[in-house]
Design a protein around this ligand. Structure first.
Ligand SMILES: [Zn+2]
Length: 71
């Protein structure tokens, strides 16, 4: 393996690690919602629930607070 291959490999790993950190780090910062807050799927905002442990019935993603979905 020459230097350029090592750089590409290290760069790719760093990029993936950064994405994972961003994705999971962001999820980890979601705090329990206030009483009565509504949760929605980030991909399917019309899928909502008042249950913080609920999953999207379409894609199975964990629902997030609707005020953090981003619209
Ligand atoms: Zn969904």
């Amino acid at each position: 393996m020459d230097t350029s291959q090592i750089l590409v490999t290290v760069g790719g790993v760093a990029l993936i690690a950064g994405n994972l950190w961003f994705f999971f780090g962001k999820k980890a910062t979601i705090k329990p919602a206030a009483k009565g807050a509504l949760y929605a799927c980030p991909m399917h905002p019309w899928i909502t629930s008042d249950d913080p442990t609920a999953d999207c019935s379409i894609c199975g993603m964990k629902l997030v607070r609707s005020d953090e979905v981003g619209n």
